[in-house]
Design a protein around this ligand. Sequence first.
Ligand code: FES
Ligand SMILES: [Fe+2]
Length: 410
Amino acid sequence: MADFGGAPAPANESWAQRRTRIARDILRRSVAHAAAGGGTDLAPAPMVNLANVYTDPARFAAEKREIFGKLPLLACLSSDIPKPGDALVFEAAGPSILLVRNSQGIVNAFLNMCTHRGAKLVREPCNRKLFTCPFHAWGFDADGLLAALPGERGFKGLNKEGRKLIAVPVGEWAGMVFVKAHAGDERIDVEAWLGEFAPELAQLELHQTEPVRASVMQTRANWKFALDTYGEGYHFATLHASSIGQTHFTDMTVYERFGRCHRVNFPDKGTARLVGKPEEEWPETEYGAVHFLFPNTILFIGSITPGRVFTQIFRHFPGDAVGDMTTLFAVYAPHGVRDEAYQTEVEMAHDGTRQVVMTEDYRVAAEGWANMAHAPEGWSVVYGANEIALHNQHRAIAEACGLPLPEACA
Ligand code: FES
Ligand SMILES: [Fe+2]
């Protein structure tokens, strides 16, 4: 497992100590909710939202253009391309983008397009010194330079330097790689982009992760409808009666907002055993939470067996039409795979979650989205004060695409 350095921890505590401190704060708030017989964090009021934010093709086009076409997006974790020459293709945001780590360990991003006649250069994750085009075999190195030109006599006088791969804005920080899905030379300042959420992600030490399993999930719903299903625990007892509804409180949320991002915790039922117990007798607390990384990413830290923690990342992308979406789902061992049993459990965390999401959450999303397409003009949905995370993410997304929600919704 490679180490990418990560971000420097604050002077007075390590990232691990910070995680423990924050996990304890979250637990305190969870125990208080359990002591209240089912308390939860609440927004000041419910929020209504026009159903057409999910169905309007004009808003959808604005989201694709202003958000997915212009803003930094999580393209992968550093551990997905740990070694020089490692490359992967990221194309869920629109253009096919090639990410490659060069011999100095720096991640470059390019349009995945040969500069001869535009062919797609790389199709699969790979490790190469030279990326050879499948059409006429032009070869490019990890810095995008044209390094091999078969039949050179046909290209006398060609400015090879001018035939470099076309750069895409990219930045790597704290184990995460971000790109903007368009051509450009910029290095993205990831820490500045994350703002007040930066330390909350840095403390996860994602540079230590090891990828275990990944897949693609798709449904016939607007991408925001699918994203909403990760933000509230109000549906656990009904929709997930045989899975998370068994183990976790329904409609109990510990919520913290960091600008356009937030962290949400859904306490497990074991929390009830701590009510009335002095804090010194509480067991060691393991950090776990759902993180919403604006605009489209859910990063979940959790475990089935205590101590065998996994990191799940769900990145949501609009499809070709307003009612099509894709989720790129990947599961990692946060500090590397220690042994076979652990590997198996992290794989189960992928397969089991995928099963629940596809058959329960995304089924509801597809059915609900189909209904909305036929709702009367001006019909609205309502997010309860208990569905607090949805308020923040809908306002943030609407503002970023230049079509803020009407007064009545805000
Ligand atoms: S298009 Fe790539 S070598 Fe011709
Ligand atoms: Fe769910």
